[in-house]
Design a protein around this ligand. Structure first.
Ligand code: NAD
Ligand code: WQD
Length: 346
C-alpha cells in the first residue's frame, strides 16, 4: 500500500473491525489520533456490508468519536490507493490477516496471499506479529533475540515470519522506511465496558473464548489439550496479555516510530512475562464468573508446545510500556463482555 507520509496524526488501521484492531482504535481515539479503518469484513460482523462493522459502531459509542471506515481488501491495490490519496496518513497499523493456525494448514495459499502484506511504498508501519515466529522455544523466557522462523510449523506462523523478513529487507534497502513488529503473546480479555470483545466465528480455536462460551452455556465443556506436559500441572502454559494492555502497546509503538531517532526494523515482545497453565486459567475464570467450567482432559493438540512466555523488558526500556492487568482482570472483563453478549456481535 502506498503511504503519503506526512506529519499528520492520521493513522490507517487495517483490519480495524477485528478483535485487536477495534480495541486499539479505542485507545487511538482516546489519545486524539484520527483513525481511518479499513476491513474486508471477512472476520467481523456487519449488518450491512456498506456500513462499518458492529465492533466499530460500538467503538464510536465508547469514545463518542467518529471513525472513517472503508470496506476495502488490503489485496486490492487500487482501492488502497484511493484511501491514501484521500487522507494524509502518517502511519499504518497493520492488523488485517487470517489468523487461524489450524485453517492455515488446510488453506496455505489463502494465508500467503492474504497475510503477506503489499509493502511497496509503506514508509512507517506498526505490524501485528506473533510469538509464533519463535517456533519451539530454545530458551525461556523468550527475548527478541531468540531465533525466528526455524520452528514455524504452520503456514500462519510462516506468514508472520515472512512479513518480518520482508520488512527487514525493506528497511535495509530503503533507510527512510521504518517498521515496528509487535510480537503478541496470547491476547485475551475485553474492553471493561463489556461493549466490545473477542467474537470468533464458528468454534473458537483459542482457550479464553472457548472457556467463556462454556460459561455462558454455548458449549458443554472445555477439552483440555494435553495433561502430560512438563509444567506445573501437566497442562499448557502461556503468557496471556489483556487486550487493553496490548492496545496501549500500539500507542507506545506509534510514539516510538514517529521519533526521528527511530530507524529501520525493530521487533518488541508484548507479553506479561508470566505464564499460566490451562487449569490455572480455568480456575481464574470460575472465580471471576462464579460459573463452574466443566472440562475433560484429552490428548494433546498437534503442533502445541508445552510452555511459552515472554521477556518483555525490551518494550519496557524502549517503549516505556508494561502490561498492567492480571489474569483476574482478563477473566473478569472477558466474562462481562460474554455475559452481556452471549452471541457476540450478531
Ligand atoms: P481478527 O480476525 O479479529 O481481526 C482481523 C481483521 O482483519 C478482521 O476484522 C478481518 O475481517 C480483517 N481482514 C482479514 N483479511 C483482510 C483483508 N485481506 N483485507 C482487509 N481486512 C482483512 O483477528 P485479531 O485477533 O484481531 O488479530 C489481528 C492481528 O493480530 C492479526 O494480524 C493476527 O495475526 C495478529 N495476532 C493475533 C493474535 C491473537 O491471538 N488474537 C495473536 C498474535 C497475533
Ligand atoms: C492456549 C493453551 C492449548 C483451546 C495461538 C496461536 C498464536 C496466537 C494465539 C495468532 C494451549 C490450550 C486451547 C482449547 C485447550 N494467535 N487449549 N483447549 O495455541 O498458545 O496460540 O493463539 O497469532 O499464533 O498459535 O493459544 O488459546 O489456542 O491455546 O486446552 O479448546 O490452551 O493447548 O496450551 P496458542 P490457544
Amino acid at each position: 500500500c502506498k503511504c503519503a507520509v506526512g506529519k499528520s496524526n492520521v493513522i490507517l488501521v487495517t483490519g480495524g473491525g477485528g478483535y485487536v484492531g477495534s480495541h486499539t482504535v479505542v485507545e487511538l481515539l482516546n489519545a486524539n489520533y484520527s483513525v481511518i479503518a479499513i476491513d474486508n469484513l471477512s472476520n467481523c460482523f456487519s449488518s450491512d456490508k456498506h456500513e462499518k462493522p458492529e465492533s466499530l459502531k460500538r467503538v464510536e459509542k465508547i469514545t463518542s468519536k467518529n471513525i472513517i471506515f472503508y470496506n476495502v481488501d488490503i489485496r486490492n491495490s487500487s482501492d488502497l490507493d484511493k484511501v491514501f490519496k484521500k487522507h494524509k496518513i502518517s502511519t499504518v497499523i497493520h492488523f488485517a490477516a487470517l489468523k487461524s493456525v489450524g485453517e492455515s494448514t488446510q488453506k496455505p495459499l489463502a494465508y500467503y496471499e492474504n497475510n503477506v502484506m503489499h509493502a511497496n511504498g509503506v514508509k512507517s508501519l506498526v505490524y501485528s506479529s506473533s510469538a509464533t515466529v519463535y517456533g519451539i522455544p530454545q530458551f525461556l523466557p523468550l527475548t527478541e533475540s531468540h531465533p525466528t522462523g526455524q520452528g514455524c510449523t504452520n503456514p500462519y506462523g510462516k506468514t508472520k515470519y515472512f512479513v518480518e523478513e520482508i520488512g527487514k529487507d525493506l528497511c535495509t534497502a530503503y533507510p527512510d522506511w521504518k517498521l515496528i513488529s509487535l510480537r503478541y503473546f496470547n491476547p485475551v480479555g475485553a474492553h471493561p465496558s463489556g461493549i466490545i470483545g473477542e467474537d470468533p466465528s464458528g468454534i473458537p480455536n483459542n482457550l479464553m473464548p472457548y472457556i467463556s462460551q462454556v460459561a455462558v452455556g454455548r458449549r458443554d465443556f472445555l477439552r483440555v489439550f494435553g495433561s502430560d506436559y512438563d509444567t506445573v500441572d501437566g497442562t499448557g502454559v502461556r503468557d496471556y496479555i489483556h487486550i487493553i494492555d496490548l492496545a496501549v502497546g500500539h500507542l507506545r509503538a506509534l510514539e516510538k516510530i514517529s521519533k526521528p531517532t527511530f530507524t529501520g526494523f525493530q521487533p518488541y515482545n508484548l507479553g506479561t512475562g508470566r505464564g499460566y497453565s490451562v487449569l490455572e486459567v480455568v480456575k481464574a475464570f470460575e472465580k471471576a464468573s462464579g460459573k463452574k467450567i466443566e472440562y475433560k482432559l484429552v490428548e494433546r493438540r498437534p503442533g502445541d508446545i508445552a510452555t511459552c512466555y515472554s521477556d518483555a523488558s525490551f518494550a519496557k526500556e524502549e517503549l516505556n510500556w508494561v502490561a498492567e492487568k492480571d489474569i483476574d482482570e482478563m477473566c473478569k472483563d472477558t466474562w462481562k463482555w460474554q455475559s452481556n453478549n452471549p452471541n457476540g456481535f450478531s
